[in-house]
Design a binder for this molecule. Sequence first.
Ligand code: ADP
Length: 308
Amino acid sequence: MENHQISLSIRNVSKTYGNGVKALSNITLDIPMGMYGLLGPNGAGKSTLMRTLATLQEPDAGSIHLGEIDVLLPQEEVRQTLGYLPQEFGLYPNAKAEDLLDYFAVLKGITNRASRKEVVEALLKQTNLWDVRKQKLGSFSGGMKQRFGVAVALLGNPKLLIVDEPTAGLDPAERVRFLNLLSELGENSVVILSTHIVEDVSELCTNIAIINKGQILLEGEPLKAVERLQGKIWRCIVEKSSLPALEQEHKVISTKLLSGRTVVHIYSEENPGNGFELVAPDLEDVYFTTMAGFDKKLVMQQEREVQL
Ligand code: ADP
């Protein structure tokens, strides 16, 4: 299978848990090579989808293919082609990074000592952990642990890398380094990153989907989605006390504190007057507009594209 042909096709995937929660409702997505962002609030269904892609749980309905491979068939071929970095993973605090990675490599079936040494060394270098390879994992920072998790996930050279909410708890420098690492990996595999943080996906992801309550609300290129909001996002700065009145009158999509004042973004297809000024939209505006369901056209366009 040539790399450039690989893409992940998710068709009509649904999942209802035993307690009646419908976590995924008829999800259909086409995920090309590169870094793909799955963006949504807590409880949206991201982890359920990620675990399903990682073959850790089964959907009630639907199909998933990675290139030619049927991901939902229990076969070794699938496990070989995917790497999964869960939200939280147990580490052995007393193990040295190099030793533990070597151990996981054995589990992954790389039994030849010489080739394992080569693989482990390359991964430690790629994830920027070579200098700390003799250190115990218990001494690692959050970012170092996450990068170690990527090194483990990359054993066996997966064509699909699934990364669930990876930036929680990382400091800003670590976060940037981690996202850059994922973006590099996206150059020759499918990398899916789930997150509730808009900035995680806004710069590095070539495609994104916004998910809420088990449904895909929007799918596509972030820049195009932002473009579609051109001329519709307005801003004003108010006292906090006047917010409730403003919310009655306008489609408020976000409010932010800035030096004690409140910066309000609203969605409006016409000039709302009242001291509002037009602003250049960004992905956060797309996210909140989509979540609030204000721009029906944005979402409907999306539905048509998904059905094609
Ligand atoms: P996210 O990763 O976006 O926060 P999840 O996939 O974890 O969302 O959860 C989606 C919904 O399914 C939530 O309402 C959550 O409470 C519910 N849920 C998740 N896992 C289970 C489970 N094992 N049993 C029952 N409900 C679950």
